[in-house]
Design a protein around this ligand. Structure first.
Ligand code: HEM
Length: 486
């Protein structure tokens, strides 16, 4: 029996909604989709390769069969465009940026932006990531031992700090807390699925769930506008004095085929895109990793040991050497994918593993379902980072694990965020042990990203302080959200 199937090893089973026996009725579907889309999935979705048919939202195929996913994202990607609903949910802030554009416009932007995310450029950001992590640790060190902190705003703050240091390394020129609040407000409003969006009402019909988002958006856009104008002046007058950060790289980026640079509007749209696409996703990866570590004494100890050997070495080597830390992060993104689903619209008819896909129908690849699919994973609902250790990782089908998507539109910031998450997580575990307060119920909820509902309170214990509590707080969960061990 291999280690993965050895049932004598107790694996933590972190909180997740129970699959439904049968689909909900039309009204209930709309209500639950708005509240928490991951609660609409049925047993069939977790057990069958493809579930297709008419729904209240039109013809939808939910695809969890790796060869068919490969066809959508790689082999026949020309037939699938980004679903208009997904675009509407993201909102106007990222309009004209890489995440949003299509066709030739996308091809030119992707080519132009690729040099910003090469392994060498990403490695050059390690120092900034390390500094942000050290600041977080220093701030937590000043807090009272045993204090309960909400991990959600803490991780939002540190990931925004990293983006601030890597995009605008000479500062954002405004109150950092106000900037954080503006972005969080924008994401909270934009991430909600509005019933009018779901029912495809015209754009001019105001969305009740999005009223009030304009002020956060305006603040955010005007802050970026000021920073870009200032840097352009600096580059024009004293190029050598400009920092080599993402902003300078963006302003100097050129299409390798034509030599054309990005327009001002494209520079701004991509700064907003990087912040919106890279901030909450990485923050949530860290939040879920910390929750999962609080359920596993074994992995906490392994990561503490790794942190104490790696973090004292050269900063540039951290990401490559934090192997067990990265396994925990990858397992966290399997169980709690920050982007919990991707949708595409079929431009023409297609055949996906024998299922007919009609023109205009929507295909959904839900990472939430795919990563817990009964046909693809052993102990799918259990926390077991061994799957991602070298030796086992290679056996995972490329199209069964998609935290960063796949094909030409795969996340451009994947290695940036993995490096960032590994450095920050390692710094945290080296100095602290975090525990869930007794009786706290964790409910994963899918908004624009997958986050714990109402935040994640955790008890902060300094490692030099605690005798590392043997008994972890057993969490009492309502039905369907049980955290337990198998
Ligand atoms: C854990 C962190 C992250 C996760 C889970 C994540 C996930 C994803 C996914 C799933 C997609 C593909 C969406 C689709 O095909 O519909 C995507 C695209 C994208 N991501 Fe990320 N992302 C993360 C971090 C970042 C960071 C740090 C940045 C930038 C600094 C970034 C920038 C982008 C951009 C620009 C795209 C669009 C790429 C294109 O269409 O060519 N992401 N991301």
């Amino acid at each position: 029996m291999n280690a993965m199937t050895d049932l004598s090893i107790e694996l933590p089973r972190p909180p997740a909604p129970q699959p439904l026996d049968a689909p909900l009725g039309p009204i209930a579907t709309l209500r639950v989709l708005r509240r928490n889309p991951i609660e609409t999935w049925t047993k069939a979705h977790y057990e069958l390769p493809i579930v297709a048919g008419p729904t209240i939202l039109g013809r939808i195929a939910v695809v969890s069969y790796p060869p068919a996913i490969r066809r959508i994202f790689v082999d026949n990607t020309i037939n699938y465009r980004k679903d208009p609903l997904q675009k509407r949910v993201l909102g106007p802030g990222v309009s004209g940026g890489l995440l949003d554009v299509e066709g030739d416009e996308w091809r030119v932007q992707r080519r132009t932006l690729a040099p910003l995310f090469t392994p060498r450029t990403v490695a050059s950001f390690a120092r900034a990531m390390n500094a942000a992590a050290e600041d977080l640790v220093a701030r937590w060190m000043r807090l009272r031992e045993g204090r309960i902190i909400d991990i959600q705003p803490e991780m939002a703050r540190v990931t925004l700090d990293v983006l601030g240091r890597t995009i605008f390394s000479d500062g954002i020129g405004r109150d950092f807390d106000q900037f954080v609040a503006a972005i969080s407000g924008y994401l909270m409003k934009m991430g909600r699925l509005d019933p009018f969006d779901l029912l495809d009402f015209p754009e001019w019909v105001p969305r009740l769930t999005k009223l009030g988002s304009t002020s956060a958006e305006t603040f955010f856009a005007s802050a970026v506008e000021t920073i870009v104008a200032k840097r352009k002046r600096l580059l024009a007058t004293d190029k050598g004095a400009a920092p080599r950060d993402v902003l300078t790289l963006l302003l100097e980026a050129q299409d390798p085929q034509t030599g054309t640079g990005l327009s001002d509007a494209e520079v701004k749209a991509n700064i907003l895109t990087f912040i919106l696409a890279g901030h909450e996703t990485t923050a949530n990866t860290l939040i879920w990793s910390l929750l999962l570590l609080s359920l596993s004494e074994e992995w906490r100890t392994r990561l503490e040991r790794e942190a104490s050997t790696v973090l004292d070495g050269p900063v540039e080597d951290h990401a490559a050497r934090l192997i067990e830390t990265k396994a925990v992060i990858e397992e966290a993104m399997r169980l709690y994918p920050p982007v919990a689903s991707m949708s595409r619209q079929a431009i023409g008819p297609d055949d996906l593993a024998g299922k007919r896909i009609r023109k205009n129908s929507v295909v959904i690849v839900s990472q939430w379902v795919l990563h817990r699919h009964r046909l693809l994973w052993e102990n799918p609902d259990c926390f077991d980072p061994r799957r991602f250790l070298p030796g086992a990782r290679e056996n995972i089908d490329r199209f069964a694990y998609l935290p960063f998507g796949a094909g030409p539109r795969v996340c451009i910031g994947a290695s940036f965020s993995l490096q960032e998450a590994a450095i920050i997580l390692s710094h945290i575990v080296r100095s602290f042990s975090l525990e869930l307060p007794k009786n706290h119920v964790v409910i994963p909820v899918q908004t624009i990203t997958l986050r714990p509902q109402g935040g994640l309170p955790m008890i902060l214990r300094r490692r030099d302080y605690c005798a590392c509590s043997a008994a972890r707080a057993a969490t009492v969960q309502p039905s369907g959200y049980a955290a337990s061990t198998t």
